[in-house]
Design a protein around this ligand. Structure first.
Ligand code: MN
Length: 374
């Protein structure tokens, strides 16, 4: 429950219970699992969350001002802001985080600015906060070059500012970019945002689309389905399909897209996507010429899209995705600090894969997609 300036309270129900912070502090799963330190691969975790005080304050200030649009994503940010133990872990880019990584057997984290990020603050503050985030992330990577890599934040509502910031982030040596899915119900598939896609491709930055709470969706909240039970995967699914059917990957064939949580269930549907492609091909969207894709939907999953295993340390699902996408397209992720578990790490070590495929999953694919050296 978030306390507002006028003393009233507003909170998300269902998935985001008040005791969530407590569960994170205790660990969502016990850390007691035995993690083997002597494995023939590094463990690179590729969806690991962080934030910083100025952003948390900007989210809370905007939310409390009553001037923000009714946005469940911002409300989620305000709720996270009021969880001290969670914030302690999110805001640390040093010894505490590294101690947890050592405890869990993680060699390197790829840092992502946690949802909802800079895209929910006052529109004129987003790019400046993205710049601060990227400087802080780059400094952490420079201080701990063998432990951290990071994705760049940007605020897509400021297209020109995003293009400049992505160029700057590439020069800073950041490893890609992250967007916490929709921004007040908008998506990168609209023509206005094409320069951002162009800048991502031109600067060789993979784009990670991470979930956030869906926009104005009381039908999710009332059922407790805001997060992993529905809202998160559904919103990233929509964003990904929107990008594909906008023709983004025909226009920018080297654009790399990464989606978490085993591809938000989408790999299971590749057969049907191709079968039903005609439903959306050639359909005019508001303000946009009709687009007919040059390839099948599954083609883009085999050429432009990579997935991570964040939150789904589950052998049958991972092996299915390796089988249908190719073992080079599936990357390990933990989702620190939201879902940390040594038992889960031990389960990855036990998974029945050839040594080559296991190393691709845990290390090699991350290095390749996110240009991680060292
Ligand atoms: Mn996550």
């Amino acid at each position: 429950m978030v306390k507002l300036a006028d003393g009233s309270e507003k909170g998300l129900k269902g998935h985001f219970k008040e005791d969530f912070s407590h569960r994170v502090r205790e660990g969502l799963a016990p850390r007691s699992g035995h993690v083997d330190r002597d494995v023939p691969y590094k463990r690179i975790a590729t969806e690991e969350a962080w934030t910083f005080p100025a952003l948390v304050k900007a989210q809370l200030d905007y939310f409390d001002s009553g001037e923000a649009p009714d946005d469940d994503s911002l409300r989620m940010g305000a709720m996270f802001a009021n969880m001290p133990s969670l914030q302690e872990m999110l805001q640390d880019l040093g010894e505490l985080r590294i101690a947890h990584m050592d405890e869990l057997g993680i060699d390197r984290q790829l840092l992502l600015l946690t949802a909802p990020g800079v895209q929910v603050v006052r529109p004129d503050e987003g790019t400046a906060l993205a710049r601060q985030a990227n400087d802080l992330a780059a400094a952490a990577c420079a201080k701990y070059p063998t432990r951290f890599s990071a994705l760049a934040a940007f605020d897509p509502r400021d297209v020109a500012g995003s293009v400049k910031e992505l160029e700057r982030a590439a020069k800073l040596g950041l490893n890609g970019a992250v967007l916490n899915s929709h921004f007040q119900g908008r998506y990168l598939d609209e023509p206005e945002f094409v320069p951002i896609l162009e800048a991502l491709e031109a600067n060789d930055l993979a784009l990670y689309i991470h979930p956030t709470a869906p926009f104005n969706a009381p039908h999710y909240e009332s059922r407790g389905f805001f997060g992993a039970l529905g809202g998160f995967p559904h919103d990233v699914w929509l964003h990904t399909m929107g990008l594909i059917f906008s023709g983004a990957f025909d226009r920018f064939p080297k654009l790399r897209l990464v989606i978490g949580h085993l591809g938000e269930c989408m790999p299971l549907h590749l057969y049907r996507f191709d079968w039903m492609q005609g439903n959306a091909d050639n359909r005019a969207r508001p303000g946009q010429e009709p687009v007919k894709l040059q390839k099948t939907v599954s083609h883009y999953f085999h050429n432009n899209i990579w997935i991570t295993t964040s939150g789904v340390g589950w052998e049958p699902g991972i092996k299915f995705c390796q089988q249908v996408l190719g073992p080079d397209r599936v990357l390990y992720a933990m989702d620190y600090p939201y879902q940390q578990s040594a038992d889960e790490l031990a389960a990855y070590d036990r998974m029945d894969m050839t040594p080559e495929v296991k190393k691709m999953l845990m290390e090699d694919n991350a290095r390749s997609v996110f240009r991680i050296r060292g």
